[in-house]
Write a protein that binds this ligand. Structure first.
Ligand code: SF4
Ligand code: FES
Length: 223
């Protein structure tokens, strides 16, 4: 069984697993917003970074195989500040997020705030939504589905819903359209959300790390 070393703590890992799984085995709550076991890592968020001890390279834990002998830093102030910056970049155009000037408390007006992993880690890392602030993206809410809504302004382009829809055999599914700041997840060919997600809607909403995809009756915290 391979052993990796995280912050000087050896941890035995299942062959074929990644550094993120190793960190979780050690009890570390590393922010991983664009990764879900069973999906391919697409390293869109870079909130899960760690630093290799040997090369000092900054690496995404979700996409790095946990090979025997690999030693990394995870909870140092340097690594945590890089994660904080990644979270601040995601917050920079996220609508409805503000910081109370007097208390510094992060506030969010989203209905899904108690289930939102971006908010959870932004609070845990004391991320400043104003550090890289740009204009918030306009709300682009899509209804037309009996179980879920979709607001692309809250999407962080993790790609998990796109992968899940494909894995669950959706004939249409979801896709990424646009370029640069206009890039977003949408239905193909302007089809309705209902047509695009016939069986995968609830799984996609449950896996969405923000409130972009939301089940009408969502109550349970997201994993
Ligand atoms: S809608 Fe949610 S799950 Fe889909 S890409 Fe955007 S953030 Fe990820
Ligand atoms: S979870 Fe690793 S880069 Fe997003």
């Amino acid at each position: 069984m391979p052993t990796v070393i995280i912050d000087n703590h050896p941890v035995d890992v299942t062959p074929g697993s990644n550094l993120l799984a190793a960190a979780r085995k050690l009890g570390l709550d590393v922010p991983a917003l664009c990764y879900m076991p069973g999906c391919e890592p697409n390293t869109a968020c870079m909130a899960c970074v760690m630093k290799r001890v040997d090369t000092e390279q900054i690496i995404p834990a979700c996409a790095t195989p946990a090979v025997d002998g690999l030693a990394v830093e995870s909870e140092t102030e340097e690594v945590r500040s890089l994660r904080r910056a990644a979270l601040e970049l995601m917050l920079s155009d996220h609508p409805g997020v503000t910081r109370d000037a007097a208390t510094g408390v992060l506030r969010c007006d989203c209905d899904e705030r108690d289930n939102c992993r971006l908010r959870k880690y932004a609070i845990a890392y004391d991320a400043d939504p104003d550090r890289f602030a740009g204009p918030p993206r306009a709300e682009q809410r899509r209804y037309g589905h009996p179980q879920i809504t979709y607001d692309s302004s809250k999407c962080i382009l993790c790609g998990i819903c796109v992968q899940l829809a494909a894995q669950l055999g959706e004939p249409l599914g979801l896709t990424v359209v646009g370029r640069g700041f206009e890039m977003r997840v949408d239905t193909p060919l302007g089809e309705s959300l209902d047509a695009a997600l016939t069986v995968a809607a609830r799984r996609c909403a449950g896996a969405c790390p923000t409130g972009a995809l939301r089940a009408f009756d969502s109550a349970a915290p997201r994993g």
